[in-house]
Design a protein around this ligand. Sequence first.
Ligand code: AMP
Length: 382
Amino acid sequence: MTAPGLLLPGSTLGILGAGQLGRMLAMAARRLGYRVGVFSPEPDAPAAAAADFAVVASYDDAAAVSAFAARVDVVTFEFENVPSSVAETAGQRVPVRPAGRVLHTTQQRLREKAHLRATGLPVADFVPVDDAQALVRGVAALGLPCVLKTAGFGYDGKGQRRLDADDPQTLAHAFEGLQGGPGVLEAWVPFERELSVVAARGLDGAFAAYPVFENRHRHHVLDVTLAPAEIPGPVADAAVALARRVLESLDVVGLLCVELFQLPGGRLLINEVAPRTHNSGHLTLDASVTSQFEQQVRAVCGLPLGSTDTRPAAMVNLLGDLWADGEPDWRAALAMPGVHLHLYGKREARPGRKMGHLTVVGGSVADAAQRAVEARARLTAR
Ligand code: AMP
C-alpha cells in the first residue's frame, strides 16, 4: 500500500518559476528519476534547459496555469512572488506544496511579520506604513536609524531604505520611494551576524534542518556563506528551534529558509522567511549528504527526508560584475584543488545579476572561506 500523497520517482514535478533555484531543483529531481515541468513568463529561463518541458506564460493566465497543472503530479515553487491565484488554480488539479497560504503569508512582509509575531516568534519592532503620517508616527515610535521597506515583492534589499534623519523632506522622499504601495518600517537591528536556517518538513511532519549558516552581504546581496556558523551551540540550537516553529506554524510541506539576525549576547530575531530553497543553501550541493534541492523534492513528493550532515564549507556568489572585462578566467579558479563551479546558464551578465557560485568544502570553515574568496579573485586577476 502506498501512503496518501506519496509521489514516487517517475511522477512529474511542476515548478513555478524557472530561475537558478528552479534549475538546481529540476536537476535534483531528474537525478531522482522524476520528470520536471517548469512554468515561468520568461523565455530561455535558466531552469528551462534542465527540465523535461517548460511552459512560458504569464502567472495571470489561469488557463495556462491550469493546463500546466494537468501535466504534473504536484506543484512546488522556486519563486514566491507569484499571485496567490496561481496556487489556487493549480490546487484545483494537484497538490501544491507548500500550500498557497504559505506563499500568501510569506510573500508580503507585513503578513509575514504579523504571522511571526502572533506565533510568538521574535522579530524586530515594526509598524505598517500606509500614508505619510504613518511614516512620521512610525519614525517617532521606533527612533532612528530605522529601515523602510516595501511590504510586497522585495528581496535582496530591493525596495528598502535606511532612514537616519526625521526631517519632513527626508520622510516625504522616503515615502515616495514606496511608489504608492504599503510599506513596513522596521527598527534598526544592530546585529553581530546574519544567520540562516534551511529546513524541511515532510508530509508526515518529519523535520530536518541543516547546520546554521552564516551569511555576509555586499550591497544587500548575499556575498559569502559559511557553514557551519561559528556560534555557540545553544545559539545554533535556538536558531534551529525557531525554524522548526516557523515550519510548524505555517504547516509547511516542503523546504524553507529562515533568515536571522544574531544580536550581541546571542539573542535572535527573524528577518525574513523564504518558502523555498535559498542562496545560502547552495553549498549543500557539495557539502551535504542531501542537497537542499533534493530535500525539497523529497519533502514535496512525500519521501523520507535525507541526512543534512554537512562538512565545513564556504560559498561565494558570482555576480555579473565579474564579466565587466570579459569572460572570467575559469581555468585559474578551477586550477585550485577543491573548488566547485556552478553556473546558471544565463546568457547576459548584468551587474548585480546572480550568474553562479563557487563552493569550497573541507578543512576548517576559515580555510574554506579563504580559498573560495581567493578562487573568485582569480577569475578577474588578469
Ligand atoms: P531584506 O531584504 O529584508 O532581507 O534585507 C536585506 C539586508 O538588509 C539584510 O540581510 C540586512 O543586512 C539588512 N537589513 C534589513 N533589515 C534590517 C534591519 N531592520 N536592521 C539592520 N539591517 C537590516
